[in-house]
Ligand binder design. Structure first.
Ligand SMILES: NC(=O)c1ccc[n+]([C@@H]2O[C@H](COP(=O)([O-])OP(=O)(O)OC[C@H]3O[C@@H](n4cnc5c(N)ncnc54)[C@H](O)[C@@H]3O)[C@@H](O)[C@H]2O)c1
Length: 382
């Protein structure tokens, strides 16, 4: 079986993928810096890394020697290592660029300059954030757009301050209706995080084409599930909410709570990654990986609270974060047609599994106030 390198393999998605690949007989090597923001100052819960089938390298995608060591002999690469907080990326710009963009560039720099190379295929975990607001349509009968697909630009702070949450039609001003976003829709990142994920895509696509490697770019939607970081206050709405429910604190929803996301369970994501690694010919394409179902923040907060055995208490704050999108749902036709995969775990089942796991974990500190204060201090939250 082939040697697979997973960068960021000690993280949430990587840990699920590593175990799936091990079970399928692959040899797994992980390069991970064990970032304290994700794993805590003293990393815990990583005993699984000592499995004899895993070679673990503690190192960074930003250090050439670590990348050279990790790539040596690897036949397949799944590139997951990244900084992942959308809000945080808006003020830690150099750090996000260094890890996400420059880290990916370094991988290809090493590959391009290696004398011999074993690598055959690269799978990148990209993000739906690169679409910005994504696809919409105006349904007003008199609108000159005639119902054509539209791609509104990111909402301006001035509009958000007026609580004008929904993107509006540039032709007639009516509120737009969200459509499932397709891979060939307009790319318009609205955050530094998104910009770095799109930079990763270009580096992987161009780098693989020039080196004669196969690739697959998986645009992940909101991934959730057992094992997601409960320490990182900058990302993971279900982690943040679950800690607050367990602490008896009210849940707070930005905007009017009706903003929506496409929640996809991690087990479906790693199945898609396995298929992208093992398909007879490489996809050489970008593929959305989501559930194809939109869920509002209010709805997910309510379902999560109930699954944790509580009674929903959700306060709509009317606050907003610069860089957040309003709605999102993926068109998953390519996931079905290219990878032959249909998501298996619906939100109710996924939340049941997630909550069962959460309730066995030590109770983390609630850090939401700190993360929001950092944004407010920089006028990135209103
Ligand atoms: N979880 C989601 O909802 C989601 C959605 C879209 C895209 N993605 C992408 O999927 C990938 C994995 O996300 P995740 O949710 O598992 O995140 P995670 O934070 O749980 O895992 C990321 C891992 O990368 C490691 N890492 C960070 N900086 C590193 C560096 N410089 N060198 C080596 N390792 C480093 C961290 O220690 C961590 O173990 C990321 O690229 C992310 O952008 C995730």
């Amino acid at each position: 079986m082939k040697n697979v390198l997973i960068t960021g393999g000690a993280g949430f998605i990587g840990s699920h993928l590593a175990r799936l690949l091990l079970a399928r007989g692959f040899k797994v090597r992980i390069l991970d810096s064990l970032s304290p923001q994700i794993h805590g100052a003293v990393p815990t819960g990583l005993q699984w890394l000592s499995d004899p089938g895993i070679e673990f390298i503690r190192g960074s995608v930003t250090r050439r020697a670590d990348v050279e060591q990790a790539l040596d002999g690897a036949e397949l690469l799944v590139h997951l290592a990244a900084e992942t907080g959308t809000g945080q990326s808006m003020y830690q710009i150099a750090r996000y660029n260094e890890v996400n963009s420059q880290g990916t560039a370094l991988i290809f720099d090493v590959l391009a300059n290696a004398g011999t190379r074993s690598l055959e295929r690269v799978v990148l975990a990209s993000s739906r954030s690169i679409y910005g607001e994504g696809a919409y349509q105006c349904t007003a009968p008199t609108c000159p757009s005639g119902g054509a697909r539209q791609f509104p630009t990111s909402r301006l702070p001035a509009a958000l301050a007026e609580h004008a949450w929904e993107p509006t039609c540039p032709h007639c001003g009516a509120p737009l209706r969200m459509l499932p976003t397709r891979e060939d829709d307009r790319i318009q990142p609205a955050s530094i995080y998104a910009a770095t994920k799109y930079a990763q895509e270009d580096l992987v696509r161009i780098g693989c084409e020039s080196l004669g490697l196969g690739h697959a770019i998986l645009r992940l939607q909101n991934v959730y599930g057992e094992g997601q970081s409960l320490n990182n206050p900058y990302t993971g709405i279900l982690s943040i909410f679950s800690t607050r429910v367990r602490r008896g604190l009210e849940l707070t929803a930005f905007e009017d709570g009706l903003e929506s996301r496409d929640f996809v369970h991690v087990s479906d994501v790693v199945q898609a990654m396995l298929l992208a690694l093992t398909s007879e010919s490489p996809a050489n394409a970008a593929i959305n990986v989501g559930s194809g179902v939109p869920t509002s923040v209010l709805e997910v907060a309510s379902q999560l609270t109930i699954a944790l055995g509580g009674t929903p208490a959700i306060r709509i704050t009317g606050e907003y974060r610069v860089g957040d999108i309003r709605h999102n749902v993926a068109d998953i036709s390519r996931l079905r047609s290219i990878l032959g995969y249909a998501p298996q775990v619906d939100l109710a089942e996924g939340l049941r599994r997630f909550c069962q796991w959460v309730l066995q974990q030590p109770l983390p500190e609630d850090q939401l106030g700190r993360a929001n204060a950092e944004l407010k201090a920089r006028k990135l939250m209103g």
